[in-house]
Design a protein around this ligand. Structure first.
Ligand code: NAP
Length: 464
């Protein structure tokens, strides 16, 4: 047999995770000149695409169209998808070493970060992660309940996820009908009594983590007014100095959008979306076991030694009456069996995508890409460059002879192993059947798609 990566001895790579980082790994590999590859992708869900399916807001259908590029990668005869196969349960590190030359973990950052304040566990306090996965029809979250009979809701954090959550809470039934939001969420939100949504930023508008497109979008909500007090809308002195020293178009656009909202008169719409700046939650209050209010500390901005503008407490407190809290302060990766993990960062230990032991030694043949490699930042496209960096390392290592030496490298033997472990494995052709069924149900309902939200319903499409 010839060299690994040659025509008669393809480089066999196992990819764990089928979100953007997994699919950009695939497209990057297929672009490599002179390396013949066979790529097997695994996902614990029967459906591919990770956060594009279960995280991107259902009213952002355009963002979901990146899956067309993923479909193109998947159509390469050297690609195989094995859905409904979980690493750590159906498949272990030893199995991967037996069948592949290299493996790459692209499992994302599936859980939320804590605020670390009292009351986080009260009934009515949820992570945005849960709510987002619920309204997007993720099978693990389909049976969650959120008390939308509450009139006032606080969303902690002002990143793009917080904006998604606030927008979905503020949209009318008619607006949501145009989305592929899960049917049960569509119904629950139709009955929603939510009137006031507070978005709570611990720093000022110049440090907001949302992007200009998202802040502009909320201004077009059909039945929700936007409110920001002129005092909180104006950047503090430290921010003004920072903007002057480091002009940034996105920051300027965000600040201008907030200033514009603060000058708008309320139009008496059914809902009110209020932006609060320079406030930090210090306690979620609920003497009877469920959320009744959130205590906020007023902050002031100051310029730290590294030039960044940070928040510090002024000692002035207030109480905001809310019956529901969504904590939206960022995602976190989860450790995988037999993969070195940095607990404080919530990422796999790695350098440029090469997985490393706690002692900083490269683990030959093991790689990572996406949020589990670098943390939960950036937009979908950021994963393209991230995956490209890792794939370059993998190709470089291949040339240097660094890889596993699988004893069963024939595709038929990995296929047999996978089918023995998980008889209900879902291939890409199977996924396309599920996809077509969802699209057909969507067409019938006059919506982009009606999702299956249980694994049983997905498998039923395949007659299993
Ligand atoms: P994020 O962008 O990191 O925002 C987190 C927010 O939480 C920030 O406002 C942060 O404030 C705040 N925060 C953190 N710790 C806090 C604390 N202890 N108390 C109060 N506030 C706290 O995270 P994300 O919104 O989860 O988004 C994750 C990534 O996905 C981002 O890169 C985002 O752009 C991307 N995304 C993009 C889209 C889109 O393109 N439409 C949609 C969704 C998500 P500080 O800035 O002060 O730390």
């Amino acid at each position: 047999m010839g060299e690994i990566g040659g025509v008669d001895n393809p480089l066999r790579v196992g990819i764990i995770g089928s979100g953007p980082a997994g699919f950009y790994t695939v497209s990057n590999f297929f672009k490599q000149k002179g390396v013949n590859v066979e790529l097997d992708m695994f996902d614990r869900l029967p459906t591919p695409f990770g956060l594009v399916r279960a995280g991107v807001a259902p009213d952002h259908q355009k963002d979901k169209s990146v899956t067309r590029a993923y479909d193109k990668s998947a159509s390469n005869p050297n690609f195989r998808f094995y859905g409904n196969v979980a690493y750590g349960t159906d498949l272990h590190m030893d199995d991967l070493k037996r069948h592949y030359h290299q493996i790459i973990f692209a499992t994302g950052a599936p859980v939320d970060r804590d605020l670390g304040i009292p009351g986080e566990d009260l009934t009515g306090s949820h992570s945005a992660t849960e709510f987002v996965a619920w309204y997007n029809g993720h099978p693990d979250f389909a049976d969650r309940k959120f008390d939308l009979s509450q009139e006032s809701v606080a969303v902690v954090g002002i990143g793009n996820v917080a904006m998604d959550v606030a927008r979905i809470l503020c949209k009318t039934h008619e607006e949501l009908l145009e989305t592929d939001i899960a049917d049960y969420a569509l119904e629950a939100l139709k009955q929603s009594k939510v009137k006031n949504v507070y978005l709570l930023g611990r720093r000022g508008p110049a440090q907001a983590a949302f992007t200009p497109q998202e802040i502009k979008e909320v201004g077009a909500l059909l039945d929700a007014d936007i409110e920001v007090s002129p005092e909180e809308a104006s950047p503090d002195a430290a921010s003004l100095r920072s903007i002057q020293a480091n002009p940034d178009k996105n920051v300027e656009r965000n600040v201008a959008a907030i200033a514009d909202y603060s000058a708008r008169a309320l139009a008496g719409k059914r809902r009110l979306l209020t932006f609060r700046f320079l406030v930090s939650p210090t306690e979620i209050m609920g003497p009877n076991g469920r959320v009744e209010a959130i205590r906020l500390m007023k902050n002031e901005g100051y310029q730290a030694d590294d030039g960044s503008v940070r928040a510090r407490a002024t000692g002035v407190e207030e109480e905001l009456k809310v019956g529901l809290v969504f904590r939206s302060v960022g995602y976190r990766g989860v450790a995988l069996p037999e993969v070195p993990f940095n607990e404080s960062w919530g990422t796999i230990r790695n350098e440029h995508g090469r997985v490393q032991s706690v002692d900083g030694e490269n683990l030959p043949g093991v790689y990572t890409a996406g949020w589990i490699k670098r943390g939960p930042s950036g937009v979908i496209g950021t994963n393209k460059t991230c995956a490209s960096e890792t794939v370059n390392c993998m190709v470089e290592d291949l040339a240097a002879g660094v890889h596993f030496n699988p004893v069963e490298a024939a595709p038929a033997s990995s296929e047999a192993m996978i089918r023995a472990r998980q008889p209900k494995v879902v291939t890409y052709a199977d996924w396309k059947k599920i996809d077509q069924a969802e699209l057909a149900n969507g067409e019938e309902a006059g919506r982009p798609r009606v999702k299956f939200t249980t694994i049983d319903d997905m498998l039923a499409v395949l007659g299993r």
